[in-house]
Design a protein around this ligand. Structure first.
Ligand SMILES: Cc1ncc(COP(=O)(O)O)c(C=O)c1O
Length: 442
């Protein structure tokens, strides 16, 4: 089947408004306020969606009954962390503690900020050489060839496009539960079966269970460290998954948070030309979530399949110079890893001393057991201007907490104690958006 997609004249796909949007979200706006189909400078192109061209399974007929254009539009709806971090729905005040979306309160490092200021007068130019420079720096650092690297405005896009490329009504998407949800939405859009395999008792990906449940898999998603638990999966388990996966499938290892942890990267499997794509982002340790830069590493033939679903647009020069400057700061990873670990361990120490339960994490977030439906605690914390993260249906008494600055975590502790001792209660009700998200995730 050929599907028609809209791209702008610079070659980038853009969102249209599918009438039957599964989420009703775009840029965090409610469905009713979405703009009419965006059509600035548009060119209509034809794109072959080979992965949805095979015979439909019975359960996916409704998906395939959509027009090709509508299917393609669904596949373009990228679901990001800030969309999922539903505190934003409640319009938090400016002085709120925002520890709900795994952001880095430190922002970009000083040399990255300086690089942005220096390049700004040239903002009227495309300067594509800056992206090539960044690719070269990453290639050198990671020991992979430049054509094994692709850069986009954040790794969510890369994640989404990879899921679109490798899943279909015949090839399932296999993920951990709890796990980062974005890929599930992409798989849904492709009409793929979504398989959620519970984490092991030590909160690692249960690769054997993933393999057993995903004999028809197109893509296995491993998040290292896992979002939301901040826990690790061993390199040997990831190797086992790669060696035993069904033919034609790939393993996508999302290393968005790896710099905070002692995990062993899966990049060696990319170098060995395995069916593996590794994702990284500058949004987390590098504090560039609002600047937007992420990259994927994989065999060129795998990246080529991903390109069919998007990418290739020009990157903002501010993000390119900030990312390059961050990589040149050779002590940055160690310094920020320590800051995060110190703040995280201080909170863990406080939680231990007060008898509260949580999952030990190696990341900039952790799961906190509130011992009641966690929504009650999320609301009562918000009433004290401390916005904590969301709930995963499989762990209904837990909420995800992002590690912020020490003063922010002190505010968190004070507010949490008030909630747990019954001094503060509040109920904010579900927004329509939150309800829709929960419906889709259960
Ligand atoms: C596991 C995981 N992967 C990828 C991303 C995407 O980050 P970005 O698009 O900002 O690079 C996030 C964001 O929170 C994440 O949690």
């Amino acid at each position: 089947m050929d599907a028609s997609l809209f791209v702008n004249t610079e070659g980038r796909q853009t969102n249209t408004r599918p009438a039957d949007s599964p989420l009703g979200l775009h840029g965090n706006r409610p469905k009713d306020t979405l703009p009419a189909p965006f059509c600035g400078k548009m060119a209509r192109v034809r794109l072959t969606m080979a992965t949805i061209s095979d015979a439909p399974s019975k359960s996916r007929r409704s998906f395939l009954s959509l027009s090709a254009a509508a299917s393609a539009a669904l596949a373009m709806r990228i679901v990001t962390e800030p969309m999922l971090a539903h505190a934003r729905d409640h319009h938090p005040p400016k002085d709120a503690v925002m520890i709900d979306a795994n952001e880095n309160p430190l922002g970009p490092c000083t040399s990255a900020r300086e690089a942005i200021v220096t390049i700004t007068p040239q903002g009227g130019r495309y300067l594509d050489g800056l992206t090539e420079d960044l690719v070269d720096s990453i290639a050198q650092m990671e020991g992979v060839k430049p054509d094994y690297i692709t850069i986009q405005a954040g790794s969510t896009e890369l994640l989404h496009h990879t899921v679109c490329a490798f899943t279909s009504p015949q090839r399932s998407y296999v993920t951990a539960d709890p796990g980062f949800e974005s890929g599930m939405f992409a798989a849904n859009a492709m009409g793929a079966r979504v398989v959620k395999a519970p984490l092991t008792k030590s909160y690692a990906h249960d690769v054997k269970a993933m393999l057993a449940a995903g004999t028809d898999a197109g893509l296995f998603y491993v998040c290292l460290p896992n979002n939301p638990t901040g826990t690790l999966t061993s390199h040997s388990d990831i190797e086992y998954l790669v060696e035993n996966k069904p033919k034609g499938s790939i393993v996508m290892v999302d290393e968005a948070y790896i710099h905070f942890s002692d995990a062993t990267s899966a990049v060696d499997l990319v170098k060995a030309d395995k069916d593996v794509i590794v994702l990284r982002t500058f949004s987390k340790l590098y504090g560039m979530a609002g600047l937007r830069c992420g990259f994927a590493m994989g065999r060129p033939d795998l990246l080529e399949k991903m390109y069919a679903y998007g990418g290739g647009n020009f990157m903002p020069i501010t993000a390119m110079v900030a990312a390059s400057a961050s990589l040149k700061h050779t002590k940055l990873v160690d310094e920020r890893k320590k800051i995060n670990a110190d703040n995280r361990e201080a909170v863990f120490h406080w939680l231990d001393s007060n008898g509260y339960s949580y999952v030990r994490s190696q990341s900039n977030c952790f799961m906190l057991d509130t011992k009641r439906p966690a929504k009650q605690v999320i609301d009562a914390m918000a009433a004290q201007k401390v916005y904590i993260g969301r709930i995963w249906p499989v762990m209904p008494t837990y909420a995800r907490i992002t590690v912020g600055t020490r003063p922010e975590m002190e505010q968190f502790q004070a507010a949490f104690k008030k909630v747990m001792t019954g001094a503060v209660t509040a109920s904010m009700g579900e927004t329509t958006l939150t309800k829709r998200r929960l419906e889709l995730l259960t």
